[in-house]
Design a protein around this ligand. Structure first.
Ligand SMILES: Nc1ncnc2c1ncn2[C@@H]1O[C@H](COP(=O)(O)OP(=O)(O)OP(=O)(O)O)[C@@H](O)[C@H]1O
Length: 235
């Protein structure tokens, strides 16, 4: 299967701190690839660096055969990469409907169809269409954040810890929705919730101290107790 995104020996700093030392991985088209690792390992920084929110100091980021490292963020987004950040990035003062409209890059038939599809997937968004984003529950905010990224025709979605802070029953709902979404879009997922990651992901990479240290198939990782304990703290 061809790779949509390929990072090769990426390094990045945040201010004077060297955070990413050697990040290399590939995201095959049509699959969900998961980045795993302990708190502070560098997963969020990796996604932000792909989006051009942190500078690449060394290495390359190739998307669909083109170098995108250090392009401006809006250019990267316009190439077809959607980002659902950990802090969700929704507008608390705008209604659900306004949040969706602000996110839409086009108003063509394709976008309208995607909007209909995503509102069927998350009926709460339809129900609370006129409610301010800030008044939604944590789970509803997460759904709105995912819907905002999905509504545009992206080739790749980067989703940062969608289960964070959500009750288990809501995590199940978000898991189910990403499972449906993966039929249509390639996804790079950062997730600490191993159960969720293992339900959705095909291939995994483990990041430790700013380096990709392991990779493999999610199915195999479940059986590897030593690796799970060493890098993920799961016993
Ligand atoms: N603005 C910042 N200034 C200095 N250091 C930072 C900043 N943001 C992140 N870091 C550091 O960069 C490292 C990687 O952080 P990052 O958020 O990428 O980790 P993560 O793997 O996503 O962890 P988590 O699951 O806790 O979000 C951490 O050591 C963190 O303290």
């Amino acid at each position: 299967m061809s790779s949509l995104l390929r990072l090769n020996q990426v390094e990045a700093f945040i201010q004077k701190f060297h955070i990413l030392h050697d990040i290399s991985f590939e995201v095959p088209k049509g699959e969900v690839t998961v980045l795993l690792g302990r708190n502070g390992a560098g997963k969020t920084t990796t996604l932000r660096t792909i989006m051009g929110l942190n500078k690449v100091s060394k290495g390359s980021i190739n998307f669909q055969g083109e170098e995108i490292g250090n392009l401006l963020t809006h250019r990267i987004a316009n190439k077809g990469i959607g980002f659902v950040p950990e802090e969700q990035g929704i507008f608390g003062e705008l209604t659900v409907g306004e949040n969706m409209r602000v996110a839409m890059k086009k108003e063509d038939e394709q976008t309208t169809k995607r909007m209909e599809w995503v509102l069927d997937l998350f009926p709460d968004l339809k129900k609370f269409w006129k409610k301010p984003g800030g008044a939604l529950s944590g789970g509803q905010k997460q759904m709105l954040a995912i819907a905002r990224a999905y509504v545009n025709e992206n080739e790749l979605l980067l989703i940062d810890e969608p289960s964070k802070g959500l009750a288990p029953i809501i995590v199940d709902k978000v898991t189910e929705s990403i499972q449906q979404m993966k039929e249509q879009t390639t996804i790079l997922l950062v997730e600490q919730n191993f159960l969720m990651a293992s339900k959705i992901g095909k291939k995994f990479y483990i990041i430790d101290d700013g380096r990709t240290v392991h990779s493999g198939q999610m199915d195999e990782l479940k059986e590897d107790k030593v690796l799970m304990k060493k890098y993920l703290g799961i016993s």
